[in-house]
Design a protein around this ligand. Structure first.
Ligand SMILES: Nc1nc2c(c(=O)[nH]1)N[C@H]1C(S)=C(S)[C@@H](COP(=O)(O)OP(=O)(O)OC[C@H]3O[C@@H](n4cnc5c(N)ncnc54)[C@H](O)[C@@H]3O)O[C@H]1N2
Ligand code: MOO
Length: 626
């Protein structure tokens, strides 16, 4: 995790800032925990994950600075660190407290917050601080609307926090302790350790108060937590979809009918390659040492008769033929000389030194050899190899299928002749989407051009379309209506039919308004923005991530160095730009694109994914879009 941007350095600790929102009879300090391994987020730098366009840690720091005169970040690159590193939040809080100003003029209330609270605001922290000050409890902690405690959203009486940390330190140390240990009952204390709702009468003098704060108590622990908070980064679509959608069930298929599907299990050879001792060349099977008498009968591929070759003898043998019993070596005919006679004599030429054209059983692979891991796409070569390995069937998922439906009452079929009525346009993207989706990994594109299904701009038509029963793994690809305009029925219809939205916008241009949702009738919706270039970009990128999520496909991305990536990059969102080879091993990216047509994509075989905030020399991912 990098240092929290804008976090105060050690010199800033104790600097004067905004005073607490509560009745102030001392100063407020804040400990912001930025560490943690983010294991359910694939180990990303959680603090820097952006929600609403701002890294979560910046939101939390902004709120903390509004109520506290001293703010300490604890974590890698922060003001201080837990000891030892990665020893958990309690050790982090101990390190943070030690870094806050002590003694006269020091803090009397300590706010303890995690960095992953993107809904946090100053008012919430002010309420917690006020609660501690006015009630005299050890700590006030936030709870969400469902009543779940958020231990890392609390305001503490400094002395109570110090005492509890000292107690834990004395009984095994603070390292590795769960944060709830700080709230554990203290033996002998009247009402010790009890937590009470804020509204309770406090006759039993609880040590802790629950303060209902609602959304600010929701942390981001998973990809689904992140996606619920609005547009996700282009780079995070894959993990967000994988976390939100179940893969389609695995089925068994004959290898050649599984091309395009994804291995659900590793492909393990049932038979060795080769299965028997066979000749790699047309030549002579040889037994014992030479010269050899050519007495054996010729051996052809497919002949499994019980022929025996005696020592000192040779027999003609064909490529792929099983060697007769007794064969010790095979030499291709270029490497021997055959002298006529009765019998003829076979002699090895000098170049035969060290050569043996007899293939032992399992020379290429033994029984049980894993030819490809789960997640591999079955291509023609792998299907063929599965046959070589004696597999009548392979376990696969997919291919998933796509049904393309256009929207927009202004959109007329692609073949509509001139003159078009004013304000109307032709469908210039629907007919080619099947090919783009096929490139992304969906099942084979139907023949083009084909009649597109079109959904009229009415709420009823959208609801009917979204409710229609669909097979698992069928993706409804809708073009347009993803916006929030007067004619955009998709979002209201998704809500009306009870769909589960899993991606609600992506931080990318073009294509930012795209939507992915699990549909009530089965299947998944991929809502593409209506502008043709945005639709193609989203189909190529989110489309392939959907295939990955639904099939378990593992892909190796293609990264390249390009010219001017830093100049082309935007700080807050990715860009998708047409890419063309420059003829010298690098790529030229279009500087800008117009999205209402595909003219800027003509001749560009690839789309370049320019990461947000890219620096000079940063790699760019290339996606073959068609
Ligand atoms: N207030 C805002 N308005 C819009 C924004 C925005 O951020 N704020 N973003 C713009 C961008 S960028 C896009 S992309 C679109 C996405 O919205 P929709 O998915 O609802 O797209 P539509 O409004 O349905 O269509 C947009 C555009 O594309 C034309 N279109 C639609 N389908 C086809 C087709 N099959 N073939 C050719 N052209 C098509 C449609 O006529 C519109 O002109 O929102 C912008 N607005
Ligand atoms: O998604 Mo819009 O067309 O960014 O271009």
């Amino acid at each position: 995790m990098s240092r929290a941007a804008g976090s105060p350095g050690a010199a800033d600790v104790g600097a004067t800032g905004t005073t607490g929102a509560g009745a102030s009879n001392g100063t407020v300090g804040a400990i912001v925990l930025t560490g943690g391994r983010a294991s359910r987020l694939g180990g990303v730098d959680k603090a820097r994950l952006a929600v609403g366009g701002r890294p979560m840690v910046e939101t939390v720091l902004r709120a903390a600075r509004a109520v506290a005169t001293a703010v300490v970040t604890v974590g890698p690159g922060g003001d201080t660190r837990e000891e030892p590193p990665h020893s958990g939040p309690v050790a982090g809080i101990a390190a943070g407290l030690a870094a806050l100003p002590q003694g006269v003029g020091g803090v009397d209330v300590v706010v303890v917050v995690a960095c992953d609270l993107p809904g946090l605001d100053a008012a919430t922290l002010g309420t917690l601080v006020d609660t501690v000050r006015t009630s005299g409890v050890a700590a006030a902690l936030g709870v969400d609307a469902a009543g779940h405690e958020q231990y890392l959203l609390a305001a503490w009486d400094r002395r109570a926090l110090a005492a509890r940390l000292a107690r834990l330190e004395a009984s095994g140390g603070t390292a590795g302790r769960p944060v709830r240990a700080l709230f554990a009952p203290v033996d002998g204390g009247a009402g010790g350790g009890e937590t009470h709702d804020h509204d309770d009468d406090n006759s039993s003098h609880p040590e802790f108060l629950h303060v209902p704060v609602g959304d600010p108590a929701h942390d981001v622990d998973t990809w689904s937590d992140l996606a619920r908070r609005g547009p996700v980064a282009l780079a995070h679509i894959g993990p967000v979809l994988a976390a939100a959608l179940d893969p389609v069930p695995a089925v068994h298929r004959a290898p050649l009918t599984a091309v395009g599907a994804v291995l659900a299990e590793s492909l393990v050879a049932a038979e060795a390659m080769p299965r028997g001792r066979v000749s790699a060349m047309d030549g002579y099977a040889l037994a014992g040492s030479g010269p050899w008498r050519l007495t054996g009968s010729a051996r052809r591929a497919g002949d499994d008769s019980a022929a025996v070759l005696d020592p000192g003898c040779a027999a003609p043998i064909a490529t792929g033929a099983l060697a007769p019993v007794g064969t010790e070596r095979v030499l291709r005919h270029e490497l021997v000389e055959v002298a006529p006679g009765t019998p003829a004599l076979v002699t090895a030429l000098p170049d035969a030194e060290g050569v043996d054209d007899l293939r032992p059983v399992g020379e290429d692979w033994p029984v049980g050899h894993a030819l490809a891991p789960a997640g591999t796409v079955v291509d023609a070569a792998l299907a063929s190899a599965a046959l070589s390995a004696g597999l009548p069937e392979v376990a696969v998922r997919g291919p998933v299928t796509a049904t393309v439906v256009t929207t927009g009452d202004e959109v007329l079929p692609a073949h509509t002749p001139n003159p078009l009525p004013p304000g109307r346009i032709r469908d210039t993207v629907g007919p080619l989407l099947p090919a783009v989706l096929a490139r992304a990994g969906f099942g084979a594109a139907p023949a083009l051009p084909r009649a597109m299904e079109h959904c009229p701009d009415t709420a009823a038509a959208f609801s009917e379309l979204l409710r229609r029963p669909r097979a698992a793994g069928e993706v409804l690809v809708l073009v347009g209506a993803t916006g929030r305009g007067v004619a955009d029925h998709l979002r209201p219809a998704l809500e009306a039919v009870g769909a589960r939205i899993v991606v609600n916008g992506v931080r990318v241009r073009p294509g930012g308004s795209q939507i992915v949702a699990a549909l009530p009738g089965g299947g998944v919706l991929l809502g593409l923005p209506g502008n043709p270039l945005a639709a193609v970009s989203a189909a190529a990128t989110t489309g392939r991530a959907l295939v990955d999520a639904l099939t378990g496909r593992q892909r190796t991305p293609v990264f390249v160095q390009t010219h001017d990536v830093a100049a082309l990059s935007h700080p807050g969102r990715s860009r998708i730009l047409p890419a063309r080879p420059d003829g010298t091993g690098s790529w030229n990216l279009a500087e800008r694109v117009r999205t209402a047509h595909l003219a800027d994509l003509a001749g560009a075989t690839h789309l370049a994914l320019v990461p947000e905030g890219a620096g000079p020399g940063d790699p760019v991912e290339l996606v073959a879009w068609i």
